[in-house]
Design a protein around this ligand. Structure first.
Ligand code: FAD
Ligand code: AMP
Length: 478
C-alpha cells in the first residue's frame, strides 16, 4: 500500500519537527518519521536537542550551578548554609522529567496540528518515494510531493578511545552518570566538552580536558577566548591544549589515557572519560543508493542556500548540512524549506546565527570576530566594556567578563558582538537584531538602556567603540 503526503519529513529533531508544524500551518498534509526511543524506551520526538542535547545539558548545568552556589557562594550574601548534600540520581531524574515534558509537548503539538508521526525508520528512495519501516519491522512505501531530510547528527567516534558506555562515554552517557566521578577526563575542549566538564566539576569531580588544537575556542574573538580560558581555569577546569589523545584503555575500573603534548608522551588515569570530539551527520540508512542526493566532501548532504538538495523537491536541513550544528539554525532551516515549498522566498541570515556556551559566566557571540573581520579586508574599530563595574552584575555578585563590539570603521556598521559574562546568551541577541537591521554602532550609542541592567554593559561597549564609555576613563574621545 502506498500513502501519499504533501510533505514527508525524515527526523523529528528541532529542524524536522518545526518544519512539520510549519507545513501543517500552511495547510499541507505532513508525516514526520522519527525512530528515536526515549530513555524510558518509548518513542520520542525532539531529536538530539530535546533528548540528549541542549535541554538535558542545560538542566544539569542549572542544577549543578545551584549546588555550587549553595555550597560555596552564598556566604558573601550573609547566608550561611550548612550540610549541603547531593543526590545525583534525583538530579538526573529531574533532568529526565524536563526532557519528558518537552518531548511530550511536541507530540501534543503534532496532534493539535494534525501532523502524522510515523514511529520508525525513514529512507529516501528514488522519485520522491520514502520507505518507512515501523518499530516492529513492518515496511510501507510513502510518496511525497516534497521530502525534507532532517536526520541530524551523532557523536564522532575515534578509534583511540572506543566508547563502552560505562567508563568511556560520549555526551549522551555523560548526561546520566549516577555518581560524581572522582577524576573525570574529557577529550575535546569544544562547546560540549566545556559544558559537561563544568557540570561535573561543580558537582565535585576533578576535571581534566585534553584538546589537540593549539587554539582555545577558535571560532570566537581572541580576547574573549583568552579571558574565558583564564576564568574556566580559575574555576578548576584543567584544560590542556596541544594534548592529542593517542590511547584510552580500561584497566582495573580506571581509564588510562595516553596523550602527546609538546613535551612528549604522557598518561593519566580517570574514573570516567567523556569523548567529546565533535559530531557527524547521520546519513547511514537514510539514502537509497539510487536516490540521487549528493553529499559534499565532508559527507554532509549538499544543499544550496535555501536547503535544496541535488534532487528537485528534496530538501535537507540542520546538522545534516553545512554550517554550525545548532538547534536554532536547524529550526530556521526547517521553516525556510517549508516556506520555499509554499512558493515564498525566505532566507536564513547565516551572518546572524548566535553561538552560546552555557558555562558560568556564559560565552556568546554573533557576527564576526576582530580577526575574522580583518581577514576579510575590513577596516575595523572595536570597543569593549567589563562587567566588573556594572551595577546590576555587582549587586548579584556576578561581575566577571566583558563585551566586545566589532564595527566597520568605514560605514560604522555593527559587524559582531562577542561576550563573556552573565546572561551573555541573552544579551548578545541585541547585536543580532542590530546586525539584521544593518544598524550602525551610533544607533546603539543613541539608545536608552534601562538601569540597572546587564544590558548597560552592551551600551557601554557600544559607546567605548568611539571612546565615549561613561564608566571608564577613555583616552580617545569622539
Ligand atoms: P537532531 O536533533 O539530531 O534530530 C534528528 C532526528 O532524526 C533524531 O532524533 C534521529 O533519531 C532521527 N533520525 C535520523 N535518521 C533517521 C531515519 N533514517 N529515520 C527516522 N528518524 C531518523 N544546540 C544548540 O543550539 N544549543 C545548545 O545548547 C546545544 N547543546 C547541545 C548539547 C549536547 C550535549 C549536544 C549533543 C548537542 C547540543 N546542541 C545544542 C546541538 C543540537 O542538539 C543540534 O544542533 C540539533 O539537535 C540539530 O537538530 P536536527 O533537527 O538537525 O537533528
Ligand atoms: P567540537 O567539534 O567543537 O565539539 O570540539 C571537539 C574538539 O575535540 C576539537 O577541538 C578537536 O580538536 C578535539 N579533538 C579531536 N580528537 C582529539 C584527540 N584525539 N585528542 C584531543 N582532542 C581531540
Amino acid at each position: 500500500m502506498t500513502t501519499s503526503y504533501d510533505v514527508v519529513v525524515i527526523g523529528g529533531g528541532p529542524g524536522g519537527y518545526e518544519a512539520a508544524i510549519r507545513a501543517a500551518q500552511l495547510g499541507m498534509s505532513v508525516a514526520c518519521i522519527e525512530r528515536r526511543l526515549g530513555k524510558d524506551g518509548k518513542p520520542a520526538l525532539g531529536g538530539t536537542c530535546l533528548n540528549v542535547g541542549c535541554i538535558p545539558s542545560k538542566a544539569l548545568l542549572d542544577s549543578s550551578y545551584r549546588y555550587e552556589e549553595a555550597s560555596h557562594h552564598l556566604a558573601v550574601h550573609g547566608i550561611d548554609v550548612q550540610g549541603v548534600s547531593l543526590d545525583v540520581p534525583r538530579l538526573v531524574a529531574r533532568k529526565d522529567q524536563v526532557v519528558r515534558q518537552l518531548t511530550g509537548g511536541i507530540a501534543q503539538l503534532f496532534k493539535g496540528y494534525g501532523v502524522t508521526w510515523l514511529q520508525g525508520q525513514g529512507r529516501l528512495l528514488a522519485g520522491r518515494r520514502v520507505q518507512f519501516t515501523d518499530l516492529a519491522g513492518q515496511e510501507q512505501e510513502l510518496t511525497a510531493q516534497h521530502v525534507i531530510l532532517a536526520a541530524g547528527s551523532e557523536p564522532v567516534r575515534i578509534p583511540v578511545a572506543v566508547v563502552d558506555d560505562e567508563r568511556i562515554v560520549d555526551s549522551t552517557g555523560a548526561l546520566d552518570f549516577q555518581e560524581v566521578p572522582r577524576r573525570l577526563g574529557i577529550i575535546g575542549a569544544g562547546v560540549i566538552g566545556l559544558e559537561l566538564g563544568s557540570v561535573w566539576r561543580r558537582l565535585g569531580a576533578e576535571v581534566v580536558i585534553l584538546e589537540a588544537q593549539p587554539e582555545f575556542l577558535p571560532m570566537i574573538d581572541r580576547q574573549i577566548a583568552k579571558e574565558t580560558q583564564k576564568l574556566l581555569a580559575k574555576q578548576g577546569l584543567d584544560i590542556r591544549m596541544k594534548a592529542r589523545v593517542t590511547a584510552a584503555k580500561v584497566v582495573d575500573a580506571q581509564v588510562v589515557v595516553g596523550y602527546e603534548d609538546e613535551s612528549g608522551s604522557k598518561s593519566e588515569s580517570f574514573d570516567r572519560l567523556i569523548v567529546a570530539v565533535g559530531r557527524r551527520p547521520v546519513t547511514e540508512g537514510l539514502l537509497a543508493a539510487d536516490c540521487g542526493v549528493e553529499l559534499d566532501e565532508r559527507r554532509f548532504v549538499h544543499v544550496d542556500s535555501q536547503c535544496r538538495t541535488s534532487v528537485p523537491g528534496v530538501f535537507a536541513i540542520g546538522d545534516l548540512v553545512r554550517g554550525p550544528m545548532l538547534a536554532h539554525k536547524a529550526m530556521e532551516e526547517g521553516v525556510m524549506a517549508v516556506e520555499v515549498i509554499a512558493g515564498h522566498s525566505p532566507q536564513v541570515n547565516y551572518d546572524t546565527i548566535i553561538g552560546v556556551i552555557y558555562t558560568h559566566p556564559e560565552v556568546a557571540w554573533v557576527g564576526l570576530s576582530e580577526d575574522q573581520a580583518k581577514a576579510q579586508g575590513l577596516q575595523v574599530k572595536v570597543g569593549s566594556f567589563s562587567f566588573a563595574v556594572n551595577g546590576r552584575a555587582l549587586a548579584s555578585n556576578d561581575a566577571q567578563g566583558l563585551a566586545k563590539f566589532i564595527v566597520d570603521a568605514k560605514t560604522d556598521r555593527v559587524l559582531g558582538l562577542h561576550v563573556l559574562g552573565p546572561q551573555a546568551g541573552d544579551l548578545v541577541h541585541q547585536a543580532m537584531i542590530a546586525i539584521e537591521f544593518g544598524a550602525s554602532i551610533e544607533d546603539l550609542q543613541l539608545m536608552t538602556f534601562a538601569h540597572p541592567t546587564l544590558s548597560e554593559v552592551i551600551h557601554e561597549a557600544a559607546l567605548s567603540v568611539d571612546g565615549r564609555a561613561i564608566h571608564a576613563v577613555q583616552k580617545r574621545r569622539q
